[in-house]
Design a protein around this ligand. Structure first.
Ligand code: G3P
Length: 220
């Protein structure tokens, strides 16, 4: 399964990339606004760090403008995947730009029905938001399971990108269900990496080693 970092923070991306486990990056307007920087500038910096898909989102609401924005964003770097929201106008824009060969990540997906429509229009990726579904007492991972099942029944090239990930179990569940990608905030990457027993185990190994080394040095 591929892991993307869900952030527009270049320092986080640099650190995560140095671990070797990051296959791409997703951003959204909220994440870019938080950095207080221009989207294109951030995107170019990310492309210098990560050799993989970088999702950049359109902010228009009408198809003709979305299409213009998508073309502009796609021209920033060959790795750009344009994020388009799952609304009526978004579906029209997807239909137009996918035929031009622009890779699109259809975002704000909350049902298998929405994912099916995006896949029919040749979206490169669909992003079900599992955390936000859980927040309203729906089963986010249940929706991912349905999407994977539906896509497996046909020959869609659309990848399932699990987004709005809130904890490590979302990532493990996504992997168990066969999702292609999980996009995670930097804090979740830290949580995936760490285990208290690893830290305790290492502390004990080194304490034993140092004790024995001191004893050997003393007897020399
Ligand atoms: O990039 C979209 C997504 O991952 C949003 O996550 O935590 O704001 O629901 P969140």
């Amino acid at each position: 399964m591929k892991l993307f970092l869900d952030t527009a923070n270049v320092e986080e991306i640099r650190e995560a990339a140095s671990l070797g486990v990051i296959d791409g990056v997703t951003t959204n307007p909220s994440l870019v606004a938080k950095e207080g920087r221009r989207l294109e500038e951030v995107a170019r910096e990310i492309a210098d760090i990560v050799d993989g898909p970088i999702s950049l989102e359109v902010v228009s609401l009408e198809a003709p403008e979305m299409i213009r924005e998508a073309r502009r964003l796609a021209a920033v770097h060959p790795n750009v995947v344009v994020k388009i929201p799952m609304i009526r106008e978004g579906l029209k824009a997807l239909h137009a730009v996918a035929q031009e060969g622009i890779a699109v990540n259809v975002t704000l997906i909350f049902s298998a029905a929405q994912a099916l429509l995006a896949a029919k229009n040749e979206a490169a990726m669909v992003s079900p938001f599992v955390g936000r579904l859980d927040d309203v007492s729906s089963n986010g991972m249940g929706v991912v399971k349905e999407i994977v099942e539906v896509f497996d029944n046909y020959i869609f090239d659309t990848e399932v990108l699990v987004a709005s990930v809130r904890h490590p179990l979302h990532v493990i569940e996504a992997a168990k269900q066969g999702a292609d990608i999980a996009t995670i905030p930097y804090a979740i990457l830290e949580k995936l990496l760490r285990h208290p027993l690893t830290e305790q185990g290492l502390e004990k190994f080194l304490a034993d080693w140092n004790k024995q080394s001191a004893a050997l040095a003393g007897s020399a």
